[in-house]
Design a protein around this ligand. Structure first.
Ligand SMILES: Cc1cc2nc3c(=O)[nH]c(=O)nc-3n(C[C@H](O)[C@H](O)[C@H](O)COP(=O)(O)OP(=O)(O)OC[C@H]3O[C@@H](n4cnc5c(N)ncnc54)[C@H](O)[C@@H]3O)c2cc1C
Length: 484
């Protein structure tokens, strides 16, 4: 039988997991990657010997298969790290997850009583129809706590008012949690799935040299098995004939164009770009739906600090509205080996932005200067201790769940599913605000459908997932759908 031509778009966790699973089935593939590095959003950037994530990446999955896969790829290079994360609000640190005494002391008796009264009000007179994030959270936590712990941070992250974020987003992210449950959990621990939740809270697994190490190792393994991972290939179009994708078109960095004929196409590129790049063109309404999918962009300012120890947290959520930074990573606490000199430290300041907004367009030097001022203002670091910095801009870091996105996504999904040999996987590939394990699970199922003739629906992996990279809630396992 002639060799089947498999083209995989994207060498992030989804694309590389697909290539890895194909290799296990004895299949080779061609992976097309626009960037010079593998790992996508989970890559590790290097600057003068310092290594940093684009936002810290915890490796956690309730799927044993995914945990085993990470172990299989990196073995003893996967380390276990203690976790501490706190919320910074009005010059005080609140433990996250909540610790009642700490919260009480920080708030003061008056403020804490006011929060309780506002919670009681919300329970007695809830907003009848919860249509947006603000209403959903207020009903469960009261207006005062919503304003303290949800509004500023959520709006920093998404760049739109909480009244424009759908209530279903909150329901998915903060599922099952209200003030009473949160307080009960803080006093008595979480009952459901106790062991796993405890592990998640107290420690996490992490590659010794950052998440990029995982994906670089995975790339090396698939290359050994004959798969090509081609960098600098920006996929711009997919050519279809008779309900199948017959070729993937890409623009090279030097301006040249290439076409890759295929029997199977697995895509982890953003769904919006994929649909708009289909030739012949998708129906007008599907194109319109795709054009209306939105993304939040992101940038990291890494600061090199001439201090051995800064603070014990792996990361700090910054709720204070007086600074723009949303979260601060302390990379040495993730793994001491991310920092080349034990006398120094490295912080990653996360800014949630729009591509081409004022921050995005600021020069690197201005961003490093702003980051330095902000950490000094938060009293985390002295300005004079920051000796250098580097900026990484990340497009389409977060697929946005704005009002109406689900209907748009359903219509797009129905259309892309009409192509028998096109398999959309991963975060932006499915417009799913996910973690690495979800992206990987979608890849495994897509490959099994192709190589084993299985009948999974990769779009249904982890439908109820909660996510904690931002929403600060713990999450559920990626559950695999039953075969149709
Ligand atoms: C700030 C932040 C913190 C996070 N924290 C965690 C965490 O703690 N734990 C965790 O598990 N997950 C975390 N995540 C999520 C994790 O990064 C993603 O789930 C994962 O990277 C998604 O993998 P993917 O392969 O689906 O997509 P991506 O990582 O986006 O990879 C897609 C790849 O496709 C390439 N590509 C895109 N378009 C094209 C094109 N047209 N042509 C060619 N190539 C293309 C991209 O360059 C990229 O390499 C975090 C994400 C962010 C942004």
């Amino acid at each position: 039988m002639a060799e089947r031509r498999v083209v995989i778009i994207g060498a992030g966790p989804a694309g590389l997991t697909a290539a890895y699973e194909f290799a296990k089935h004895g299949w080779k593939a061609t992976v097309l990657e626009a960037d010079a590095q593998v790992g996508g959003l989970a890559r590790t950037v290097q600057y003068r010997g310092f290594r940093f994530d684009l936002g810290g990446h915890r490796f956690f999955s309730k799927s044993q298969e995914i945990e085993d896969l990470w172990q299989e790829i990196l073995g003893p290079e996967m380390i276990e790290r203690p976790r501490l994360s706190r919320i910074y609000y009005r010059n005080r640190f609140f433990y996250y997850p909540l610790k009642p005494m700490n919260a009480l002391i920080n708030m003061g008796l008056f403020n804490a009583s006011a929060c309780m009264a506002s919670y009681a009000m919300a329970r007695l007179k809830p907003i009848a129809q919860e249509t947006n994030f603000e209403e959903w959270v207020t009903n469960r936590f009261g207006r005062r706590l919503y304003q303290m712990f949800f509004k500023t941070y959520t709006e920093k992250v998404w760049g739109i008012p909480c009244t424009e974020i759908g209530a279903d987003w909150a329901a998915q992210r903060i599922k099952g949690l209200d003030l009473l449950t949160a307080v009960k959990n803080a006093f008595f621990g979480q009952k459901k799935g106790g062991a796993v939740v405890k592990t998640l809270i107290d420690s996490f697994r992490y590659p010794r040299l950052g998440p990029g190490q995982m994906w670089e190792a995975c790339r090396d393994r698939v290359r050994e098995k004959g798969t090509a991972v081609v960098h600098g290939m920006n996929v711009t179009g997919l050519r279809a004939e008779g309900g199948r994708i017959v070729a993937v078109q890409a623009a090279r960095e030097d301006g040249g164009r290439e076409e890759f004929p295929c029997d199977y196409c697995i895509s982890s590129m953003p769904l919006r770009d994929l649909v708009l790049g289909l030739a012949p063109g998708a129906p007008e309404e599907v194109r319109k739906d795709a054009a209306n999918l939105r993304y939040r962009d992101f940038l990291t300012v890494a600061l090199i600090v001439e201090r051995e120890d800064l603070f014990p947290d792996n990361w700090i959520y910054v709720h204070s509205p007086e600074v723009k930074v949303g979260r601060i990573q302390n990379f040495k606490q993730w793994s001491p080996d991310l920092v080349p000199d034990p006398k120094r430290s490295c912080l990653g300041l996360e800014y949630f932005v729009w591509e081409n907004d004022e921050l995005w367009k600021s020069s690197d030097a201005d961003l490093v200067a702003m980051g330095t001022r902000e950490v000094a203002r938060l009293k985390l670091v002295k300005e004079q201790d920051v000796s250098d910095g580097a900026v990484t801009r990340v497009k389409k870091a977060y697929p946005i769940y704005d009002t109406g996105y689900q209907d748009r996504l359903d219509r797009i999904k129905a259309y892309v599913k009409t192509f028998a040999n096109l398999h959309c996987i991963g975060r932006n590939g499915q417009h799913r605000y996910n973690n690495q394990d979800h992206s990987m699970a979608t890849a495994l199922l897509a490959v099994r459908n192709i190589a084993q003739g299985a009948a999974y629906d990769p779009w249904n992996v982890n439908v109820d997932a909660e996510y904690h990279e931002i929403a600060q809630t713990e999450r559920q396992a990626p559950t695999y759908p039953k075969q149709a």
